[in-house]
Design a protein around this ligand. Structure first.
Ligand code: ZN
Length: 148
């Protein structure tokens, strides 16, 4: 289970809309409790590192960008608890590429952006044996999330 505020959801949606028709990506920074529950404190946008042609279908966070994000998280006594990216004109369902490049325990939030308008925001977790993605429960902690 992952907990975010409506503001976090909105900033992920806005990032997806501003990078459309390309994929946006970023880090989810917060707390990871021992029972596996994650609480997002901040979303940390990252530019898409891929070359123009591949940007439409794939996202990639460079190792140095992840390290930078982890350093930032640690300076605030937080952890990187997951990643987010957008799916321009595709549903918020992980692709085969996403599955091949994911790690267990992290949350993978995907925002669907259809014709420039952000819609569904879903969270996914990789099965421990990496065989599939499972839907993860996404809780809006302030309860004022407005569907768009
Ligand atoms: Zn994807």
């Amino acid at each position: 289970m992952i907990e975010l505020s409506s503001e976090h959801i909105e900033s992920i949606q806005h990032h997806g809309e501003s990078d459309y028709p390309y994929e946006c990506c970023g880090l989810l920074i917060g707390h990871l409790s021992t029972d596996g529950k994650k609480q997002v404190v901040e979303v940390y946008p990252i530019s898409n590192a891929r070359e123009e042609a591949a940007k439409r279908n794939r996202f990639l966070i460079l190792p140095q960008e992840l390290m930078q994000g982890e350093r930032y998280a640690r300076s605030k006594k937080l952890d990187v608890v997951g990643f987010y990216h957008s799916h321009p004109d595709h549903p918020a369902i992980p692709s085969g590429f996403d599955q091949d490049h994911a790690w267990p325990t992290y949350s993978y939030i995907i925002v669907a952006v259809a014709r420039g308008q952000a819609g569904d925001v879903l969270s996914w977790e990789l099965e421990a044996d990496r065989s599939r993605f499972n839907p993860e429960q996404l809780e809006i902690c302030d309860g004022v999330f407005v569907a768009r």
